[in-house]
Design a protein around this ligand. Structure first.
Ligand SMILES: [Zn+2]
Length: 118
């Protein structure tokens, strides 16, 4: 079920609000997700709003450079990434670990073999 959450980076400069369903949390094993320990949910761009910190973000691109991974220049945390779904519609990949007051250990995660599929 979709709920409204807020989240942000570790130092607090970057803050965002999102409407997301945490029933499907993706644990991807690609080189990037595994080194950062990302747990992801994908939401349409319209369900995401940056509240603060736009000028604190840097972008990291790799592989096909299809996803803009955004991280805080001060604390290094990646709260989210921008990409597109299969239809070409703008999506946001939320790093569930950066949501406020969410116990990630209690979430059911679905493995994704990004190491071989991406
Ligand atoms: Zn930060």
């Amino acid at each position: 079920m979709k709920q409204r959450y807020e989240g942000g980076c570790h130092c607090g400069k970057v803050r965002y609000a999102v409407s997301a369903d945490l029933d499907r949390v993706i644990a991807c094993n690609c080189t990037h997700c595994s080194i950062k320990g990302l747990l992801l949910v994908f939401v349409p761009r319209r369900d995401f709003r940056l509240l603060s910190g736009e000028d604190c973000l840097s972008e990291y691109l790799f592989n096909k450079k299809a996803i803009a991974h955004l991280f805080c220049r001060t604390c290094g945390v990646e709260p989210y990434a921008f990409g597109k779904d299969k239809m070409g519609d703008p999506m946001v990949a939320i790093n569930v670990r950066t949501l406020d007051a969410v116990d990630t250990a209690s979430l059911k995660t679905a493995p994704f073999d990004g190491l071989h599929l991406l």
